[in-house]
Design a protein around this ligand. Structure first.
Ligand SMILES: Cc1cc2nc3c(=O)[nH]c(=O)nc-3n(C[C@H](O)[C@H](O)[C@H](O)COP(=O)(O)O)c2cc1C
Length: 312
């Protein structure tokens, strides 16, 4: 490639154009603004906020985090300030930065999700919603919204009707019988993109004390340990849907990003890695250009095309 060839880092996620494919993941980057002293938020393709609920939530008992080999367990319990305080105190600060703002939304019944979206629709400065469907549906015996195609279809269809102004991304559970069925249900109910995926329900115990290392007994596993499993999920999902996929799980380096892109992701999110290095997303975004030059690719999608050609 000649030096005159310019690498283009921008990506299209449905109707939304991002300056680069690096987005910080929900729950691992606060409301974004807390990180402004540590990292240049304008260097990111986007920021997904902490999960936002109808009312403020205090979250789960401590300990909430436990380190595991090549990963981390968390049960934060979706602590957040609630939609009103988010709109009043957090969003105005976040809007000052030149990056995409994606608000992660969750609820414990269908009405909760819809009430949050309805309220967010009234605000400016939001670029998309991300629906976290890993929550228990209290009106349906606690079964997670994201665990069956029928309930995914129900929540996504209702949310889609409410989200009139903005794209709706749907964040899938990784531990399901066949992610292709769930992904297809979300797409046919109107999802504009799929985030693949959330954490893996797991445990860490201390046999000496006889206690779980997590206050909530079980938690969600994240970090490099989950990358090979989630890569497979992204690849499987990309076989059955036409909407864009956001790859998410264990990304720490530029190489990790390009692996996700190769198997079908249009962009990626970085989660746990920000705990050990808050600047990691900016570093990855900065390193991406050189990596594309080295890989003899002009755009992110060239990486994917090569994988498709090689693998039929
Ligand atoms: C401490 C912590 C809190 C999280 N909170 C949320 C959340 O509020 N909503 C959500 O959709 N995902 C949440 N996640 C999941 C992450 O966004 C991401 O899906 C997961 O950690 C896998 O990516 P990673 O291996 O890069 O961390 C959380 C993860 C961690 C580690």
């Amino acid at each position: 490639m000649s030096s005159s060839d310019r690498v283009d880092l921008s990506v299209q996620v449905g109707a939304l154009r991002l300056r680069n494919p690096i987005i910080t993941a929900s729950g691992t980057f606060g409301y974004g603004v807390e990180f402004a002293q540590l990292i240049d938020l304008n260097a990111l393709g986007g920021i997904v906020t902490k999960g936002i609920s109808r009312e403020p939530m205090e979250g789960a008992p401590s300990p909430r985090l436990s380190e595991t080999p090549s990963g981390m367990l968390n049960a934060v319990g979706l602590q957040n300030v609630g939609v009103e305080a988010f709109l009043q105190d957090k969003l105005p600060l976040l809007r000052k930065y030149n990056t995409r703002v994606i608000v992660n939304v969750f609820g414990y019944c269908l009405d909760d999700y819809l009430a949050v979206i309805r309220r967010l629709e009234e605000a400016e400065g939001i670029d998309a919603y991300e629906l976290n469907i890993s929550c228990p549906n209290v009106k349906r015996g606690g079964m997670q919204f994201g665990s069956s195609p029928a309930s995914v279809e129900e929540v996504v269809r209702a949310a889609r009707a409410e989200a009139r102004r903005r794209p709706l991304w749907v964040k899938l559970l990784p531990l399901v019988t066949d992610i292709r069925d769930i992904a297809t249900a979300a797409e046919s109910a109107g999802a504009d993109a799929l985030t693949v995926a959330n954490t893996y329900p797991s445990m860490a115990v201390d046999f000496r004390t006889g206690r779980s290392r997590i206050g909530n007994m079980t938690g969600g596993l994240s970090g490099p340990a989950i990358k090979p499993i989630t890569l497979r999920l992204v690849w499987e999902t990309s076989q059955v849907v036409r909407i864009p996929i956001l790859g998410l799980g264990g990304i720490e380096t530029v190489e990790d990003v390009l692996e996700y892109v190769a198997v079908g992701a249009s962009a990626v999110q970085v989660g746990t890695a920000s705990f050990s290095d808050p600047k990691v997303s900016e570093t990855i975004a900065g390193g991406l250009e050189q990596m594309l030059i080295d890989a003899k690719a002009l755009t992110i999608s060239d990486i994917r095309k090569r994988f498709v050609v090689e693998n039929g």
